[in-house]
Write a protein that binds this ligand. Structure first.
Ligand code: HEC
Length: 301
């Protein structure tokens, strides 16, 4: 049989297979469909979701690109940034689809924890401008908006819990000290080329504290870093040097025993061989130049 016929037959079989797989329905339980986001819809969470997406989803789905409709062709997984997909799925439906999979889409129920699934969904939603945060992500009416005044911020690093704690020192409308809840705070690090944002818009809890996971950065040679905490409206800020991690030690290659390390570490025979080779090369070069010079001198006569 001609190769071309084989090709046609194989490709139609695979197209049929893809078609039949696509034709199945998603299995989403009623419970899943009704589920609401359990993580907050903040930049920090979306960034965590992005990391999971890049590790577990991107190889099939590609980048999240905002476009009206899915522009990827079969059998490649759809572009999840397509507005048609974003608007057709509720958060619960996304949760069910990603948990249970279908055809070419593997189930992630066992591989990712519920919170991780929600983090990915929070990231997927960043491509959908019309998204209205739901559940924990929603700005709930039950959660009061802080109305007093933030006096100052105090940043500490909790070594045991491996997190930064920014304590808001606030007073209520009557001027009494209180806990400022739901106030958005940014945390930045000072570097030689400016401030590096680590967390943006993280909300304070009922104790007036903002908890930010350790971003694992390198402290200076004395084991300190300069952090700057500020309220998202930039009204109050604090810059502070805090002890963090173990000091940074520059590991000079000269401290190691190596061929090109200090000559003190080099075995004498190696040094002698190396120097005689170098000397030999230079002697040869000078000899050649000398000969050329002598030829040039002969020209005069
Ligand atoms: C092995 C490739 C593969 C991986 C990995 C993968 N997907 Fe999919 N995904 C697919 C395919 C193929 C489809 C289309 C399935 C269909 O319609 O039959 C799909 C469909 C989907 C849909 C449904 C879109 C719609 O039309 O409603 C969502 C949501 C989704 N994937 C999310 C994810 C997320 C989140 C991850 C990572 C945690 C992921 N996928 C990882 C292949 C993959």
């Amino acid at each position: 049989m001609h190769t071309i016929y084989k090709l046609v037959i194989y490709s139609s079989i695979s197209l049929l297979w893809v078609g039949s797989v696509q034709a199945q329905n998603w299995t989403i339980s009623e419970e899943e469909r009704a589920m609401k986001m359990t993580v907050e819809y903040t930049e920090a969470i979306q960034t965590e979701g992005k990391a999971i997406f890049e590790k577990s989803c991107k190889m099939c789905h590609g980048d999240l690109i905002v476009s009206p409709v899915n522009d990827r062709v079969l059998p490649i997984a759809p572009n999840l940034g397509a507005t048609s997909i974003q608007s057709a799925n509720s958060d619960g439906e996304f949760y069910g689809k990603i948990s249970n999979g279908k055809g070419g889409m593997p189930p992630f129920k066992a591989a990712l924890s519920p919170d991780d699934l929600w983090k990915v969904i929070a990231y997927l939603r960043t491509s959908y401008a019309a998204y209205v945060p739901q559940g924990a992500a929603a700005p709930s009416e039950a959660v009061a908006i802080f109305e007093g005044t933030i006096k100052s911020l105090t940043t500490t690093f909790d070594t045991a819990a491996k997190q930064f704690v920014v304590q808001l020192n606030a007073v209520d409308l009557a001027g009494n000290p209180t806990y400022a809840m739901n106030v958005k705070v940014d945390l930045l690090f000072k570097t030689s080329f400016g401030y590096l944002p680590v967390a943006k818009g993280v909300k304070s809890n009922s104790k007036g504290q903002v908890l930010i996971a350790d971003p694992n950065i390198q402290p200076d040679s004395t084991g300190h870093i300069i952090v700057k905490a500020q309220t998202a409206d930039l009204a109050v800020s604090e810059e502070k040097v805090i002890a963090y991690g173990s000091p940074w030690v520059w590991d000079s290659p000269l401290n190691h025993r190596s061929l090109w390390g200090t000559s003190a570490n080099t075995p004498i025979w190696l040094l002698a061989t190396y120097l005689s080779v170098v000397l030999g090369v230079w002697i040869t070069i000078f000899w050649a130049i000398l000969q050329l010079f002598r030829i040039w001198m002969l020209r005069e006569r």
